[in-house]
Design a protein around this ligand. Structure first.
Ligand code: ACO
Length: 158
């Protein structure tokens, strides 16, 4: 497995919709897995506008050596004041399984450590790869939220 350099996390603004859209287009396996249509540029623009109005939502484009390698969307003080929840970590399909996802989670945990007691990850649909990934990062299954949401959690306080 390649060793990845530290990543840059840059907040996403609606102006970056085209870049986020391109990233989604580069992840057809994930889109097929969650059973949705490929989002249009308009869909992404609307989503980023929604995000802008929710001060607890934190969305970042992930860069390695100046290149976009992924997207991260999480929410602070959710589902309770002492927790945060990742709703999507998306790594460019061509760059998956090289340790980048793991690096993002490590950096996010460092960022939140001391401010947040627990980090949750909500896996949507029948996404066994994602479940295995979060378990590999030390997250344990917390509960299922209906038939299509699986919540995983890790305690960040030492
Ligand atoms: N089964 C078991 N272990 C796995 C699997 C798997 N299918 N995939 C990765 N791992 C392990 C790796 O072996 C590695 O372990 P190691 O460091 O001990 O060798 C570790 O997990 C880290 O793997 P990475 O290479 O960092 O994983 P990657 O960069 O591919 O990121 C991710 C994982 C985010 C799931 C990526 O594949 C992706 O973007 N998938 C499509 C979108 C998606 O499903 N995102 C998650 C949705 S759920 C959510 O975000 C809350």
């Amino acid at each position: 497995m390649k060793t990845a350099a530290r990543l840059e996390l840059l907040p996403v603004t609606p102006e970056a919709a085209a870049v986020v859209h391109e990233l989604y287009l580069r992840c057809p396996t994930y889109i097929a897995l969650i059973g949705g249509d490929t989002p249009t540029l308009n869909d992404i623009q609307r989503e980023l506008e929604t995000l802008r109005h929710d001060t607890r939502r934190q969305a970042y484009l992930l860069f390695q050596e100046g290149k976009v390698i992924g997207f991260l969307d999480y929410k602070v003080a959710y589902p309770d004041l002492h927790s945060a929840t990742v709703s999507l970590l998306l790594i460019d399909e061509r760059l998956q399984n090289q340790g980048l996802g793991k690096l993002v989670v490590e950096q996010l945990e460092q960022l939140l450590s001391g401010r947040t007691e627990r980090l949750f990850a909500v896996v949507y649909g029948n996404n066994e790869k994602a479940k295995a990934f979060w378990k590999r990062q030390g997250y344990t299954h917390a509960h299922d939220g209906g038939p299509s949401l699986s919540w995983y959690v890790k305690n960040l306080s030492n």
